[in-house]
Design a protein around this ligand. Structure first.
Ligand SMILES: [Zn+2]
Ligand SMILES: [Zn+2]
Length: 371
């Protein structure tokens, strides 16, 4: 398949205006009223599709990046084609090259999207959550047939069942005869004599549905979970769309997630850092003993292997990394100050700074030899 830029005859860095101009020119050339050639229809379709992708900033970005025009940037629920397919349908009567077909009352249902906030512990361990979704379900009275009892729809008198009428329309391509949706039957080609009173002839009703959802361990903010067939019921007994859950993970007071690792900071008093100690740390896997070695420095990291977040795709868990923050004592009383002064004296502690540190060390060494 030709690349969309080639189809429109523009360069990859063409501006929106250039793309629009190129499309208008081609669309005029390829318009079936002016140019009823054999492959005109296919070409027009390709050009229109290329324009549809490249004129939408999101779709174009996604197309440039992946070459895929139906990727994530396509968005939800719309079913893809927006206003352009309307023009397209108007020219060609629904995309087919034959006679225009009436719309079916039976249509697929839309996808749903629900945001699900969870705690970090649930992202680590997985969780079942209950959600309430505003959705559409099949009408319990007509079961999707849209009519009351066993009454049948009758053929529309205005369009004789085609669902379309001929109408001159002023479009961006000039005045053209187009097929428009029949206003009398809304394009269905038939009328409901007795619409179902429960759903007003739609075959479905809106409802708040409760669902219990399993959130797998490893999800992160932005993770989307697709539940096939759990979206809205379609009109006229059409198949259900899908339901998407978008996860957002609340911040935790102690742990921060980076990739599949959890990070925490542990404050250790200076004396404990110097002497060494054991600390109990509350983790998602219960209390863990942390061995603080004598002489631990501020900024040192202890790694608890496998206590991080599981990978969504399976495999090993990330790690829990604890960074030690050595706390220097403040507000010393008289007694404490004396103790520290004695300690400083005993250790002959000096200021050290960059390279000077080494010189200080060397001069102390010399002093020792002299002494
Ligand atoms: Zn009904
Ligand atoms: Zn009609």
């Amino acid at each position: 398949m030709a690349n969309h830029y080639e189809t429109l005859g523009v360069s990859q860095d063409a501006s929106d205006e250039e793309i629009k101009r190129a499309y208008r020119k081609l669309a005029r050339q390829l318009h079936p009223d002016l140019n009823p050639g054999e492959d005109t229809h296919e070409k027009f379709k390709a050009v229109t599709h290329a324009y549809e992708v490249l004129s939408d900033p999101d779709k174009r970005r996604n197309y440039d990046r992946t070459g895929d025009e139906n990727g994530a940037a396509g968005g939800f629920g719309g079913g893809g084609f927006g206003g352009f397919s309307d023009i397209f349908d108007a020219f060609f009567g629904g995309g087919g090259s034959g006679r225009p077909q009436p719309k079916s009352r039976t249509q697929p249902g839309r996808d749903g999207l629900v945001r699900v906030p969870i705690d970090l512990v649930d992202a680590v361990q997985g969780k079942e959550v209950n959600i309430t979704v505003s959705t559409a379900v099949v009408c319990s009275l007509c079961h999707g047939s849209c009519t009351e009892g066993d009454t049948q729809p009758v053929t529309c008198e205005t369009c004789h069942g085609s669902g379309h009428i001929q109408r001159p329309v002023r479009s961006m391509l000039g005045d053209v005869m187009t097929l428009a949706e029949c206003p009398a039957c809304a394009g269905y080609g038939s009328r409901l004599v007795k619409p179902c009173p429960e759903c007003s002839g739609e075959g479905r009703v809106r409802e708040k549905a409760e669902k219990t959802i399993k959130i797998p361990a490893g999800v992160d903010t932005g993770t989307r979970i697709q539940l096939q067939g759990e979206g809205e019921a379609g009109p006229g007994g059409g198949p259900n769309g899908d339901l998407y859950l978008e996860i957002s993970v609340r911040n935790h007071a102690t742990f921060e997630r980076i990739g599949n690792d959890l990070h925490a900071t542990l404050s250790v008093p200076m004396t404990q850092a110097a002497l060494g100690t054991e600390v109990k740390l509350e983790t998602f896997d219960g209390d863990q003993e942390l061995d603080i070695q004598p002489g631990t420095q501020s900024g040192e990291t202890l790694t608890l292997t496998g206590l991080g977040v599981p990978s969504l795709r399976g495999g090993r868990r990330g790690d829990l990394k604890v960074t030690v923050n050595v706390e220097t004592p403040k507000n010393l009383d008289e007694n404490q100050r004396e103790l520290l002064e004695k300690l400083a004296e005993a250790r002959d502690e000096q200021f050290t700074q960059g390279k000077l540190a080494q010189r200080g060390f060397m001069s102390r060494l010399r002093d020792k030899f002299r002494g």
